[in-house]
Structures are given as C-alpha cells and as structure tokens.
Design a protein around this ligand. Structure first.
Ligand code: PGA
Length: 237
C-alpha cells in the first residue's frame, strides 16, 4: 500500500483528485468506481472543478457505484443515486446513462457484476472507510470471496449514517454492495480517510492482520492501493 498523509481534508481531497484526473487522462474509455459518504465529497468537488476549467473531460467515462440502500428509491435525497447526481454527476457533466448501481434483488446483483465485466473491469475504485473497517457495505465478517449481494447493515453503520437522515429509524436496514472480491478485481484502488475517528480503522487496515473482522485489511493483498489520509486519520500509524 502507498500511504499519502496530507495536513487536512482539503489537501487530501486535492491530492486524490490530481491523482485520479491523471489516471483518467491516460486511458480512454475509463471505468471509475465511485463511493458515497462524507469523505469523497471534496474529491468530487475538485474533479468537477477541473472539468469546468477545461483541465479534464469525462466524455468517455463510465461509472459504477459501490453500493445502494434497499427500500428507498432514487429520488430519495439519501439514496446513493441522488447523492451521486448532486455531488458529482451534475456538477461534472457526467451522463447518467453511463452510470451503474447495484440494486436490491439477486438478479440485479448478478447483472451488475456482468455489467462490470462487459465494461472491461474497473480501472480505479474509490473507497471510503467505515469506523468498523468496512469498505462499501462489506461489514465485519464479509468473506474475501464475496461478490455483489444484498447485506444487512450493522448497528454501528446505521448509527454512523443516521446523521444524513431525519431520524435514526429512517436509516435502511439493508443495502446492495459490491463484494470484497469485486473490489479487489479493480486495477487500482484509492482509499480516502479523514478525521481522528477513523484512525483506529486506518491502523487496522494497514498494520493489522488480514482478517474478515476488518474487511479493509484485505486491501493489503491488492498490488496497487493508494491511501490518502489527513493527519488526524494517520494518528495511530
Ligand atoms: P464516511 O463513510 O465517508 O461518511 O465517513 C465512509 C464509509 O462508511 O465507508
């Protein structure tokens, strides 16, 4: 794993955006794996800014998203489709028709895996990191061999994500997510983590044993993972 430590959130967002933009300029067409959550918002802002300044274009870009909640539709402000439109696709002028999400039935999960294969695989997958070490919605206990499937969210994850919903009870109980094996098939992985509350998970991901108890630790087995941290998230390294 290559670790980059920046002084704060803005600096890490900027650095990760520069890296991803360089990759996208190198290869056409490009398949970008996207993540949602608080952490990648600054990165998406930077990439959209580059597009508006003419430094980057997404004309031959396809995107695949890591996960989506079950039980809320795409017009719900907390759905990940809505999030992506608001934070990335609209500001960056990305054609929604080239964007793909897993959905909450077994057939759609299989179709999503097939779509990734048809696109030629994921060139670069963006990841955040859960406080409990999850990546996507692969909660502790997820298998190394897991693929896109429907999962039950842990209490901790539902509590962490409650800040985006009106009440805790509104947070969905399940989601469709790429599996660990799906993520590890990406040619390159860029993981972002910011804030002291992530420092323990960052330590376990990088220095801990490779184990299902910390799904992100499986990233140690991937040949090309870049981890962008701010100083607070790197505190326990
Ligand atoms: P966050 O979530 O970016 O909102 O902290 C990360 C994650 O749970 O993967």
């Amino acid at each position: 794993m290559q670790i980059y430590i920046e002084k704060d959130y803005d600096a890490l967002s900027h650095r990760a955006a520069e890296h991803i933009a360089a990759r996208i300029r190198e290869k056409r067409p490009f398949v970008l794996g996207c993540a949602t959550g608080g952490t990648p918002q600054g990165l998406y802002r930077e990439l959209a800014r580059m597009v508006r300044s003419g430094l980057l274009d997404f004309n031959t870009l396809s995107t695949v998203n890591l996960d989506e909640y079950c039980g809320i539709d795409e017009n719900h402000p907390q759905s990940y489709r809505f999030f992506m439109r608001q934070h990335f696709f609209l500001p960056a002028g990305i054609d929604f028709r080239n964007s793909h999400f897993p959905a909450c039935d077994a057939r759609s999960c299989a179709a999503f895996e097939k779509k990734i294969t048809e696109l030629g695989g994921i060139d670069l997958q963006i990841l955040g990191l859960g406080k409990n070490g999850h990546i996507g919605f692969n909660e502790p206990g997820s298998l190394r061999s897991s693929r896109t499937r429907i999962v039950t969210l842990s209490l901790e994850t539902r509590e962490d994500n409650a800040r985006f919903f009106e009440t805790k009870g509104d947070v969905p109980h399940s989601a469709a997510t790429m599996g660990i094996a799906t993520i590890l098939d990406a040619r390159e992985i860029v993981l972002l983590a910011s804030g002291e509350h992530k420092a323990r998970a960052v330590f376990q991901m990088i220095r801990g044993a490779v184990h299902e108890a910390v799904p992100a630790s499986f990233l140690q087995e991937h040949p090309r993972v870049l981890v962008f941290l701010d100083a607070a998230a790197s505190k326990e390294l």
